[in-house]
Every structure is written in structure tokens, then in C-alpha cells.
Design a protein around this ligand. Structure first.
Ligand SMILES: Nc1nc2c(c(=O)[nH]1)N[C@H]1C(S)=C(S)[C@@H](COP(=O)(O)O)O[C@H]1N2
Ligand SMILES: [Mo]
Length: 224
């Protein structure tokens, strides 16, 4: 299994990129330095609990007064949730291990959030909706799931990690958690979920990774 690209530490590009990241990201981690880095990755920082903090674009700001999560596309009833609306939804807590395809994992995490399935029920997907496309407020990162994958009960829009709101650089206010798949499906800073006729290649999938990122596959990198 080939899994080197994201592992290579970031060199000059990181330092060029860091100025755009703002102070927030630096409060939570040190830069991993040296080497030339993966084309497409802006920063690789050391986070809490063994996380490596990845971003492909400057970390977006979060204003709870103006932030919205849109559910739209092939739906009967589009929805726009404020942060307060999101926190008011019935929530669940799940324990799990977070796995990046490059080889690092973080065990024993408790995620709290809203099952994606519950929100999808609310918007009434149309019969031709077969996938969800997730967008990030960083303006760059995307990913998708088939509708069947998105309806899996443990797929979560998580806003708390270990009892605390997500750190800004880990997706504040909300990120996707797909327990059965590698972390690249776990879009941070989700601000739009579009119901679509088919799945699309997300940010890393355009760069060679499989759309189906199941952990038990013997390598989710597409053959070169
Ligand atoms: N918006 C956004 N979401 C993202 C990424 C990213 O760069 N930008 N990286 C993905 C990858 S490859 C992984 S492994 C996890 C890393 O999560 P962390 O930064 O909280 O460690 O976020 C995923 N979601
Ligand atoms: Mo990853």
C-alpha cells in the first residue's frame, strides 16, 4: 500500500502558507517542518492527542452570529441552520478512533453531534438524490458520500470532541465524522451539504485517493 504523500513534511510552502493561517492555528500546534511536502496541502501541524492538523487553505474564521449550515440541492425542503439551531438538534455521543490514511490514528475520542441521517430526513431528499456533497467554509475542501453511505446511522456532524467545542483548526463549528472511513472523508468547517444525483471526487480523490475510503480496504489509494 502506498501512503506516503501526506506523510512528507511540509517545507517552504508551509512557511509561505502560515502567514495566511492566522494566529488561531498556531495556538493549537507547532508546524511540522522540513522536506518538500504534498502538493495540495497548505499546512501540517501537531495537534492535541496525537492529531496532525491538516489544511489545504487558510483556516476560516467562525462567527456564531452569522454562520449558517445549508442543506440544499435535490431536496423537497432546503434548510439553513444557525449555530444555535445546530446545537438545539437532538444529539448523540459516540466513541471512536480517528484514522488518517497516511498511518496515524487517535484512539478513544468522544464525538458529540447530530447524525447526518436526521438532517437528511428533515430536508426530504428527492428520488433522484443519490449522493451528498460536503463543502467547507475554507472554500477549497470538498468530499462526497453516496446517499446510502450518508444514511449510515453513525455518520455524524460533530461539534464537540471530548466534551469541548472543536478547536478552530479541527473544524469549528462542525465537522463530519465517518467512523468506518479514513479521515479525509471527515470534512472540517462544513458549511454546505448538497444533495446531488451522484457522488463527486473530493479534494484528495481528485489527487488519487478512492471515494470509498473504508478502513478495511487494503489501501484506499487508487492505482497510479
Ligand atoms: N476542510 C478540510 N477538511 C479536512 C482536511 C483538510 O485539509 N481541510 N483534511 C482531511 C484529512 S486528510 C484528515 S486525516 C483529517 C484531519 O483532521 P485533523 O486536522 O482534525 O487532524 O481532516 C480531513 N478533513
Ligand atoms: Mo488524512
Amino acid at each position: 500500500m502506498t501512503e506516503t504523500p501526506l506523510l512528507r513534511p511540509i517545507g517552504r510552502r508551509l512557511f509561505l502558507g502560515l502567514s495566511a493561517l492566522g494566529a488561531g492555528s498556531l495556538l493549537f500546534g507547532h508546524a511540522v517542518t522540513g522536506g518538500d511536502g504534498e502538493p495540495g496541502l497548505l499546512a501540517d501541524l501537531i495537534g492535541q492527542n496525537g492529531f496532525r492538523i491538516y489544511t489545504v487553505a487558510p483556516i476560516p474564521t467562525f462567527d456564531p452570529a452569522t454562520w449558517r449550515l445549508a442543506l440544499d440541492g435535490l431536496v423537497g425542503r432546503p434548510l439553513s441552520l444557525s449555530y444555535a439551531d445546530l446545537l438545539a438538534q437532538p444529539s448523540v455521543e459516540q466513541r471512536g478512533t480517528f484514522h488518517c490514511v497516511t498511518g496515524w490514528s487517535v484512539p478513544n475520542l468522544v464525538w458529540q453531534g447530530v447524525p447526518l441521517r436526521a438532517l437528511l430526513d428533515t430536508v426530504s431528499p428527492k428520488p433522484d438524490a443519490k449522493a451528498v456533497v460536503l463543502y467547507s467554509s475554507d472554500g477549497a475542501y470538498t468530499d462526497s458520500l453516496t446517499l446510502d453511505q450518508a444514511l449510515t446511522p453513525d455518520v455524524l456532524l460533530a461539534y464537540n470532541m471530548n466534551g469541548q467545542p472543536l478547536p478552530l483548526n479541527q473544524g469549528l463549528p462542525v465537522r463530519l465524522i465517518v467512523p468506518e472511513m479514513y479521515g479525509y472523508k471527515s470534512v472540517k468547517w462544513v458549511n454546505r451539504i448538497e444533495l446531488a444525483p451522484s457522488a463527486i471526487d473530493g479534494y484528495w480523490e481528485v489527487r488519487g485517493y478512492d471515494r470509498d475510503a473504508y478502513l478495511d480496504k487494503s489501501g484506499s489509494r487508487a492505482p497510479a
